[in-house]
Design a protein around this ligand. Structure first.
Ligand SMILES: NC(=O)c1ccc[n+]([C@@H]2O[C@H](COP(=O)([O-])OP(=O)(O)OC[C@H]3O[C@@H](n4cnc5c(N)ncnc54)[C@H](OP(=O)(O)O)[C@@H]3O)[C@@H](O)[C@H]2O)c1
Length: 333
């Protein structure tokens, strides 16, 4: 991989802190009128960190919230109810390393005839050393990218997220379009171009490579998001909005698996300098509930600043190859 904006976990954290203190917002502040009444919002990885805070905020703003989680059932849901003052909160189980578990969740949603207005696909991991999933894939690749391809595409094929291209069940004209948000990272700018041939092939790595791979998988995620938007919204008519975003540096459990010394060093910075998950919910509320987002797609927020993503993300040929390679990987599981 090429030299990027940072080359190790400490540098990456320091870049995150610098961005928190030099941030330039170019969007309006979040308002009490950014509501989600009558909407159903599903959030993955909602039992911890950013996903949990978004679940509280969405429930507080009137949404029926479905927390799709591996752990924390039912405690996390009870906590969200208490903190938001809403009882329209459900939890559903899913393990994003296991495609069968993902399909089980999508089937349950379909069987219950649930229609999703907002999906925040947020679950993510940063294992410092490579780990294998039950399918023999590398876990960070599986959770941070492939699970999203599998989950979102199946929700679209099932019509659980109403849409014309995949399910032929678009919402009637004049009704707000569904919105798909991906918790990504500005570290996608740190990554080399996608090597489609090697994608999905298991390789060991160490903590220094882990931080580069993290940005690389977020580049892949953003490239998928743009390709998905192309396929959902041909001919310029917006049927479903797709929005990758970076919440900035947030004090969460994301470094839970780091080696003890590194965890100690990073932990101090996390707790003193990083923003709280509650503070990080701004871009999720703006993209999930903001009225001015209606009729748009592929808008990328880095905290409360709207930006272009790295130019590699918009390469249509790379998007097409990524889609085809993802299908091949799934066929081989
Ligand atoms: N923290 C930051 O500074 C930062 C910055 C930019 C982007 N992000 C992104 O924000 C997202 C959320 O991370 P976080 O910082 O809030 O960390 P976190 O507190 O560790 O939350 C990660 C969430 O993902 C879930 N998850 C992990 N593996 C899963 C699996 N196999 N199946 C189902 N759920 C799984 C976790 O569930 P369990 O509790 O069951 O493991 C947890 O709910 C990630 O995509 C991350 O890349 C974070």
């Amino acid at each position: 991989m090429e030299k990027g904006r940072f080359d190790n976990p400490i540098e990456a954290v320091l870049v995150g802190v610098k961005e928190l203190f030099t941030r330039q917002n170019n969007l309006r502040p979040i308002l009490d009128t950014d509501r989600l009444d009558g909407k159903t919002a599903l959030i993955t990885g909602a039992n911890s960190g950013i996903g949990f805070a978004v679940a509280v905020e969405y429930a507080r703003r009137g949404a029926h919230v479905i927390m799709a989680c591996r752990g924390g059932i039912p405690e996390a849901g009870e906590k969200v109810k208490k903190l938001s003052g809403s009882d329209k909160v459900d939890m559903m189980k899913v393990d994003m390393t296991n495609v069968h578990s993902i399909y089980q969740l999508t089937k349950q949603l379909k069987d219950r005839k649930i229609k999703l207005d907002v999906v925040v696909d947020n679950a993510g991991v940063t294992p410092p050393f490579a780990r294998k999933t039950i399918h023999g894939l590398e876990e960070m690749f599986a959770v941070n990218y492939l699970s999203k391809y599998v989950f979102i595409n199946r929700l679209l094929q099932d019509g659980t997220i109403p849409n014309a291209s995949f399910a032929g069940n678009p919402l009637p004209d004049g009704q707000p379009r569904p919105r798909i948000l991906f918790t990504s990272s500005d570290s996608h700018r740190n990554a080399s171009p996608i090597d489609t041939e090697k994608l999905g092939i298991y390789e060991d790595y160490n903590p220094t490579k882990a931080i580069k791979l993290y940005g690389y998988y977020k580049l892949i995620l953003n490239t998928y998001a743009v390709e998905l938007s192309r396929r959902l919204n041909p001919n310029g008519r917006i049927d479903v909005g797709v929005y990758p975003l970076c919440p900035g540096a947030v004090r969460t459990n994301i470094i839970r698996d780091a080696p003890p010394l590194l965890k100690f060093a990073l932990g101090g910075i996390f707790y003193v300098l990083f923003q709280s998950p509650e503070k990080a919910t701004g871009p999720f509320v703006y993209l999930g509930a903001g009225p001015e987002v209606e009729g748009s797609t592929c808008r990328y927020l880095h905290m409360m600043a709207e930006k272009e993503m790295d130019e590699k993300v918009y390469d249509a040929e790379a998007g097409k190859r990524l889609w085809e390679r993802s299908e091949e990987i799934l066929d081989g599981l």
